[in-house]
Ligand binder design. Structure first.
Ligand SMILES: Cc1cc2nc3c(=O)[nH]c(=O)nc-3n(C[C@H](O)[C@H](O)[C@H](O)COP(=O)(O)OP(=O)(O)OC[C@H]3O[C@@H](n4cnc5c(N)ncnc54)[C@H](O)[C@@H]3O)c2cc1C
Length: 379
């Protein structure tokens, strides 16, 4: 087993905080990942899989358990039963952004708007990563995972992962444990072969972000470059020289509230109506799961997603805000990112997060939910 001298999580997470675990395994092959996990589970000891550490707030105290660093890589191209598409099976530790770059270079459409998201491909389904209207749920076919409950490796279709807005059954949300304790070994995506020429841009949110109208066509490479430039301006592309990127990306999820509640918020708070399931798209029920009954049509007005960044700034916490003597602050580019200005502790990040939650709740009556996975930290 490739056991290494444990490193502090402060060196392995993009927030640059976190104590040192008792054991650390650097698993470079799928067999090593499986063996390390089975070993930790056999001893019933605390454990954590870590990819790029870009969605983790890890406490300052030493961790009395095993951290398994998932460092596998590789992409296998396979035919797809769908005309004009191919499938890619990607090892869990493969860098997500390297994968996006590879697909764009190969003329494959489906994940280009998610350029610049840090971390590994295996962690991507855990919170159903998304950006500019694209989410991995749209292209994910299946994952291979190893379940803690059985120790077995199985292939699980995307439909069984409970993928939703920054969530899945595999995510350890703050205040609760994951519905299914498992580690992804590989991810299979289905992408469309569109080549290198200009193609119509699908998705209104992406078109808006790129400043394009419905008739516009651009190449995948142009989409990637533009997305990377927009993200860099917001401090959302990792950059060692820029402390605004010493973060976990958006620290809070955009809250989803009822349309009635959204009406009570100031009119200039940005909001996006959520599509009601089945309202404007057909619901597809796989034949082998169709039991003769149809799901009920949704009633009432669909819920509304509101801008957490706007709520934070209008609760009096501007970009760059920090508590006196704290080394954690809101990013100077984006109020939604909590950042480490160099030597902050997890405690300082959590203190700032608590204040943001309290201010937004007392000003607007909205309880912000943290997006990163937290271990050994209380808000
Ligand atoms: C600057 C910045 C910008 C970001 N922008 C976005 C964005 O636009 N959209 C978005 O959705 N997210 C964004 N994020 C969040 C983050 O990059 C993603 O959630 C990413 O998928 C996390 O991958 P990771 O490998 O770093 O996961 P880690 O932080 O290592 O782990 C996160 C969680 O997943 C678990 N995990 C890790 N690997 C596996 C595995 N193989 N199987 C099962 N569980 C696993 C961990 O145990 C942990 O619970 C951003 C983060 C940063 C720092």
């Amino acid at each position: 087993m490739p056991e290494i001298t444990p490193l502090p999580l402060a060196q392995l997470t993009t927030l640059r905080v976190g104590g040192t675990p008792r054991r650390m395994i650097e698993a470079r092959t799928r067999d090593e990942v499986v063996a390390a996990l089975r070993d930790a589970w056999a001893d019933a000891e605390p454990w954590l899989a870590v990819g790029g550490g870009s969605n983790l707030l890890f406490g300052d105290a030493p961790f009395d358990g095993t951290v398994v660093l998932v460092r596998t890589s590789g992409v296998e191209r396979m035919p797809s039963p769908r005309e004009g598409h191919v499938r890619l099976r990607v090892e869990a530790g493969h860098s997500w952004d390297d994968l996006v770059a590879q697909t764009v270079a190969a003329g494959l459409r489906g994940i280009e708007a998610m350029s610049g998201i840090p971390g590994t491909t295996g962690a991507a389904p855990v919170q159903n990563i998304g950006a500019y209207g694209q989410e991995i749920v749209e292209t994910l076919v299946e994952v291979e995972l190893i379940d803690e409950a059985t120790g077995d490796v199985t292939t699980v279709p995307a439909a069984e992962l409970g993928l939703g807005l920054r969530t899945s059954v595999l995510k350890n949300h703050y205040g609760s444990v994951a519905e299914r304790s498992a580690v992804i070994l590989s991810v299979t995506l289905e992408l469309e072969q569109v080549g290198h020429g200009a193609v119509p841009v699908t998705g209104a949110q992406l078109r808006t972000a790129l400043g394009l109208d419905e008739t516009a066509s651009v190449s995948l490479a142009e989409i990637r470059e533009t997305v990377l430039a927009i993200r860099a301006r917001k401090g959302m592309v990792l950059d060692d020289a820029d402390p605004d990127t010493y973060s976990a990306g958006s620290f809070f999820q955009n809250p989803v509230v009822s349309a009635e509640f959204a009406d009570t918020l100031p009119a200039d708070c940005p909001r996006w109506p959520m599509a009601a399931v089945g309202s404007d798209e057909d619901t597809v029920i796989p034949l082998d799961r169709f039991d003769g009954s149809l799901p009920p049509r949704p009633t009432g007005t669909p819920p509304v997603k509101v801008s957490a960044a706007w709520l934070i700034e209008h609760a009096g916490m501007r970009r760059g805000f920090s508590l006196p003597r704290s080394r954690a602050s809101l990013s100077t580019k984006h109020a939604l990112a909590l950042t480490n200005r160099g030597t902050a502790t997890a405690g300082e990040v959590a203190e700032l997060a608590r204040l943001v939650v309290q201010r937004v709740q007392s000003e607007f009556g909205v309880l912000l939910q943290p997006e990163p996975v937290m271990l050994g930290v209380e808000l």
